[in-house]
Design a protein around this ligand. Structure first.
Ligand SMILES: *Cc1c(COP(=O)(O)O)cnc(C)c1O
Length: 379
């Protein structure tokens, strides 16, 4: 397809974002009490790994997601790593994870000494294709299957889909579910937030996520024992004591600093407004793309109320993705392709995997569009 109408595409994007200025893919927005809370940390000296904002941020997250417990950590990768360790993942184990994800999902598995085992994505949910995975697991030898301990569904771009299919599969094959919900704070599926579809869920508050703490992450869980273990292990496994340094196992320095949590508290106060603006932007893209041929905006799956973190378009088969990306960049529109699939990265080439033809097709066709909160507002 050499006759792709790039000008029509650029026109549609410009129509949706309603500005002719250059725009980023996703810029953070600080217009609440961020300054006040961060200044409070500096003024009081409570900038580091203790302080009231961390607990307050955890309470806000837990309440927002209807989770019994939230444990704030230094980033989303650390949250995933910790959750997988607590799920019992260790050397020699395999963990099922989509090939179509950000590299952190696979890295966290490697950090446990385990091996990522790449699975197929579904074209409508962009998450794991549970039906295909079931067929794949069923035809595996029992020795091969015995190595597989856990499964990491990824809520891509804020989409959550077919969690029933996944739960049934996990039950049938005895797998622990650890959700990679890094992109899905504020999303629900059939009324439930991340943290309700697995033993634990990992969130991220990196600078490009729907809310940011600079760098940060959190583990959500309903299980008090897992939460207690996470709290202990993320602060170097230190026993509470007025002055002695007693550590009872090899722990991690993963606790979120107070100054980051202060930023997070201010951002959480704005989350609902961010989601409203992002939904408005998504709807503008939907109507602006109505007349553009050879491309469609990807809609959230059935049952999902998305946070609309990143808008994405799917090009028709054969469209010149890289030429389009280049043209968009030249037009001042910061867009990006979906991630290069994990099994095509050098360190993960030799990992076990199932047929990934849908993921490979999506990889060639998905481009993310500028999605900052401000773009959804009436200027
Ligand atoms: C951002 C992200 C992570 C990792 O979060 P960090 O805070 O950057 O470590 C993991 N998985 C997915 C799908 C992400 O988008």
């Amino acid at each position: 397809m050499t006759d792709f109408d790039t000008q029509a595409l650029i026109g549609a994007i410009r129509g949706a974002i309603r500005t002719d200025e250059p725009v980023y893919l996703h810029a953070p927005l600080f217009e609440g009490r961020e300054n006040e809370y961060v200044k409070d940390c500096i003024d009081t000296g409570w900038v580091s790994t203790a302080g009231a904002y961390v607990t307050k941020f955890e309470d806000m997250l837990a309440e927002r997601c209807g989770a019994a417990h939230a444990v704030a950590v230094v980033n989303g990768t650390a949250a995933l790593h910790m959750a997988l360790l607590l799920a019992g993942v260790g050397p020699g184990d395999e963990v099922l994870v989509p090939a179509m994800t950000f590299v952190a999902s696979a890295n966290a598995i490697s950090h446990c000494g385990a091996v990522p085992h790449f699975v197929e994505s579904a074209p409508d949910t962009l998450g794991i294709d549970a039906a295909k995975l079931r067929v794949y697991l069923a035809q595996m030898s029992s020795e091969d299957r015995a190595r597989i301990k856990a499964i990491v569904p990824v809520h891509v771009f804020g989409f959550i889909g077919d969690m029933e299919g996944l739960a049934a599969l996990a039950e049938e094959f005895g797998l622990v579910i650890v959700e990679d919900a890094a992109e899905a704070l504020g999303s629900t599926y059939k009324g439930k937030a991340p943290g309700h579809f697995g033993a634990m869920a990992a969130l991220s508050f990196n600078g490009n996520k729907i809310i940011t703490t600079g760098g940060g992450g959190a583990i959500l869980t309903q299980d008090p024992d897992l939460a207690a273990r996470a709290r202990h292990l993320t602060v170097t496994a230190k026993q509470p004591h007025p002055y002695e340094f007693i550590h009872d196992e090899v722990g991690y320095n993963y606790r979120m600093p107070n100054i980051n949590a202060a930023l997070g508290c201010a951002q959480m106060e704005k989350l609902d407004g961010f989601i409203d603006d992002k939904r408005a932007l998504y709807e503008r893209y939907m109507s602006a793309f109505g007349d553009v041929s050879d491309v469609e905006i990807i809609a959230p799956p059935e049952g999902c109320l998305s946070n609309y973190w990143l808008n994405a378009m799917r090009l028709d088969k054969g469209a010149p993705r890289d030429d389009i990306l280049e043209a968009l960049g030249n037009a001042g529109l910061h867009c990006r392709p979906i991630w290069r699939l994990m099994h095509r990265l050098p360190m993960y080439e030799a990992c076990p995997r199932m047929d990934l033809s849908v993921a490979e097709d999506l990889e060639a066709r998905i481009i993310n569009l500028p999605s900052s909160v401000v773009l959804g507002r009436d200027l």
